[in-house]
Design a protein around this ligand. Structure first.
Ligand code: DGL
Length: 275
């Protein structure tokens, strides 16, 4: 029988922080992870480019036998998901589904905040898309959302400098800029799948009443609920507890850096997209 793993996509390593939680909450499923490291970062690219790259990745997942693909990347979810769902999905077959990370997060993020002032830290692309502002307004119309782009954070993390002293300046600077928008912010969402690696630096810079929320567990819980509500899809996904990792760039780099994001050793395979 053909394997039908759940596809998990990111521009690079960040989606591994989501995959880690998926595997923890839904260990029985098979997963196929793809990092488009050769073309990362996505956060500074145009809508058209992110859409094109993400569509190529989704097509690749479907060719590998996946029926369900999770875009474990806020930038791809913000800039490509809706168009893929509305325009492209039909041509791949009635069963296929692509889910993102923004909606599941927006659905519950309001529950974390007492003041109703939510801070969002994300890539420039996610901030400009206004996706979080629009999505949270559906579920928590009384909440006020403040956004701050952190263009230096992904490069710092991707270059393995997230624990070093050089990161402090850029982390503090982005946090200051966010908090200067409202003194009532009591919840900060890390709306980029890379950012949980900076949590040890972020948390001590904040007053104790401000909580920081990462998305991994939220997205995993949402996927578990989705599979419960869609038993046919859950039945189609293969369940051998296997995980495969693919990257569009160097496998040795991916294995070395990816292990930091995933928290366990990784052995990846190289693939090409857009050919
Ligand atoms: N992991 C991506 C996200 O969640 C950001 C990385 C990138 O800019 O490619 O937005």
């Amino acid at each position: 029988m053909q394997q039908q793993p759940i596809g998990v996509f990111d521009s690079g390593y960040g989606g591994l922080t989501i995959l880690k939680e998926l595997v923890q909450q839904l260990p029985e499923y098979d997963y196929l992870y793809l990092g488009d490291n050769a073309r990362a970062p996505y956060g500074t690219r145009s809508f058209e480019t992110v859409y094109q790259y993400t569509l190529e990745a989704v097509q690749w997942f479907f060719k590998q036998g996946c029926e369900l693909v999770v875009l474990a990347c806020n930038t791809a979810s913000a800039k490509a998901l809706r168009t893929i769902q509305q325009k492209d999905l039909a041509q791949f077959g009635a069963q296929k589904r692509v889910l993102g990370v923004i909606r599941p997060t927006a659905e519950i993020i309001g529950r974390f905040s007492e003041s109703g002032h939510l801070g969002i830290l994300a890539t420039k692309g996610t901030v400009i898309s206004e996706s979080y502002v629009l999505e949270t307004a559906h579920f928590f119309p009384e909440m006020t959302v403040f956004q701050q782009a952190c263009p230096m954070w992904v490069p710092i993390i991707e270059n393995g400098e997230h624990e070093g002293p050089g990161a402090d300046y850029f982390v503090q600077d982005s946090i200051n800029q966010l908090l200067s928008q409202s003194p009532a912010i009591d919840t900060i969402l890390l709306a980029c799948t890379h950012y949980p690696l900076l949590l040890p630096k972020i948390a001590p810079m904040l007053a104790p009443h401000i909580q920081v929320v990462s998305q991994g567990a939220i997205v995993a819980q949402s996927l578990a609920n989705y599979l419960e509500r869609h038993p046919a899809m859950a039945g189609n996904c293969s369940k051998n507890g296997q995980i495969r990792f693919c990257t569009t760039d160097s496998t040795s780099d991916f294995d070395e850096k990816g292990a930091i994001f995933f928290g366990k050793p990784i052995k990846s395979v190289h693939i090409l997209l857009g050919h």
